[in-house]
Ligand binder design. Structure first.
Ligand SMILES: Cc1ncc(C[n+]2csc(CCOP(=O)(O)OP(=O)(O)O)c2C)c(N)n1
Length: 258
């Protein structure tokens, strides 16, 4: 009988601990599929810091390192530079991790065009710690620490990572995707695979921002959470390629051409 669906080899056969409807599991699968398809399992190292994906080392069948909260790009830099021609290094980070406590590490790894792959899970909330406001929480979004909705006057505006990093000359590839429909999952897969392929080809820093759902802390059913992504997250965080130096989407290249 033909096998039409199977677990990627780069995922260990254990149940995830994630809440029902959380999209971390989908993204884990896409990363694992990319590792399988590119044939890099034996030389891939993942870095997962603190957040709901803190136990990613139990799920990926490759070497995994636990970084302190926010520090994954710095750890990834050290690992990658120790064996740059062989190792394929990815980080897997939440928005509290990457866009708050780890902002400096993110910005400087991108500015250095460090040859690593960053998977950035933007679920607009601090999931693991119980639903506090994140740097990416939307204006008006109700969280445990903004019970009347995020007020930009008191809490500032969300940090748009792809837009911000696209202002740097360094990074090779920045794309924002989501996984709230089959079509969007397919596009996310393509972007994630490209982010790994870029590293294999030595092109440099690739970051894929995945707009994700957190039904538990958003206080919604899994289905409503996927719709909330369409209705609220995507208008604020438009999907698309923000930089692709080799593909010609690069404002610095345009400036030089003129
Ligand atoms: C240095 C440090 N500060 C704070 C914490 C507490 N902490 C653990 S996880 C987390 C937030 C994680 O949120 P996010 O990165 O968005 O990932 P998610 O859980 O939503 O997937 C925080 C603040 C910590 N573990 N270490």
């Amino acid at each position: 009988m033909a096998v039409v669906f199977d677990r990627p080899k780069a995922l260990i056969d254990v149940p995830f601990h994630y809440c029902p409807g959380c999209t971390h599991g989908i993204v884990h699968r896409l990363v694992a599929e990319a590792i399988d398809e590119l044939g890099i399992e034996g030389r891939t190292v993942g870095i997962a810091p603190v957040g709901c994906s803190v136990m990613a080392y139990d799920y990926f069948a490759c070497d995994m390192i636990e970084a302190a909260h926010g520090r994954a790009p710095a750890v990834a830099t050290g690992v990658k530079r120790s064996d740059p021609d062989n190792l394929i290094v990815f980080t897997y980070q939440g928005d509290g991790d990457l866009a708050s406590i780890g902002t400096a590490e993110t910005v400087h790894a991108a500015a250095r065009n460090e040859n690593i792959t960053v998977i950035f899970i933007n679920n607009a909330i601090y999931g693991m710690t119980g639903g506090q406001m994140a740097p990416t929480s939307l204006p008006g979004q109700v969280t445990q620490t903004s019970p009347y909705g995020r007020d930009p006057k008191a809490c500032g505006y969300p940090v748009k990572i792809c837009e911000m990093l696209s202002e740097l000359e360094g990074p090779e590839y920045l794309e924002r995707v989501t996984v709230n429909s089959v079509a969007n999952v397919r596009k996310a897969k393509k972007a994630i695979k490209k982010a790994f392929q870029n590293q294999i080809e030595g092109k440099g820093f690739s970051l894929i921002e995945v707009i994700s759902s957190c039904p538990t802390n958003w206080g919604m059913t899994p289905k409503d959470a996927l719709k909330w992504i369409d209705d609220h997250m995507i208008p604020y965080y438009p999907l698309g390629v923000y930089k692709d130096r080799t593909g010609g989407i690069d404002k610095f290249a345009k400036k030089e051409d003129k």
